[in-house]
Design a protein around this ligand. Sequence first.
Ligand code: ZN
Length: 329
Amino acid sequence: MNKILLAVILLFIFPWSNKVDAQELSQKEIYEKRMDLYKKTEAKTDIPWYYLAGIDQFERSIRLVRKDLPKPDRIGGYYIPIEKWVGPGNLNHDDDNPITISFFDGVGRDGNGDGKAERTKEEDLLFTLAQYISKYGVDENKFRIALWDYYKRDLTVNSIMTNVKLYKRFNRIDLDKKMFPIPRGYHYSYKNTWGARRGWGGRRIHEGTDIFAGYGVPVRSIVYGVVELKGWNKFGGWRVGIRDLNNTYHYYAHLNGFSKDLKIGDIVEPGTIIGSVGSSGYGPPGTSGKFPPHLHFGMYKDDGRSVWSFDPYPYLRLWERQERQKDSK
Ligand SMILES: [Zn+2]
């Protein structure tokens, strides 16, 4: 047999590699290494770990959906463009010398103490980020100003503050548990109606999934998140909006009412009851009963520049299945 062909076949059968990267670690190991990185940087710089984690997670989330940014492939998600790291006008794009980098006004700093400011080293990247924050100060208002100056976008500042709030409250970063919005034991049904035409309020396309259930059936938060919206809209009736750590916005509409004490800015967990199923909407505040009771659920993605809706149906099916599997164990 042709030796090259044999080598190719062997490579397919034994795709060994001694390269250790983020993909080969379990999710648990990734979280541990990530937290370690945040805590190390906090110890060196006095910048609270949850500030660093909030930005790092935001950057990771936008890189996953943006075509103009490289996909996250490290433990950290924070990204600095080459020109910014080495300095504008610095022709040496591989420059890792802190002296020449600062001569060219580059932001790159040496965080791990090896004398090099390397854009590919996690510790150097997070240290550089911490240096930027420390120019402003660590109280929350100053941190917000630092974010605004850096990103110049309200929704981005808000999204990062959502991450910070969640990390600070739960004091951990493994917060990706999900739950189906309707608790087990209640009758409900739903189909994929993404993109269907809506009759009321002119020509609109259905941006979500309708989960039909009786009046008063509890509606839960699917994710760890922060309540960003609560109130009336002539289409959605009484509705709640929750943003999660992946910068995904969860929209719950036509509610019969809200949970007592639920307010904008509240932190919710998977399973937190936010309200109940109703048929509110299609008119002025309080209008109800113009259609059968159901939960309208929508998902919106923000990539740091624009927002778009995407089909929640496959995710609902997935969360429903995962919860059933867990319950039957
Ligand atoms: Zn709907």
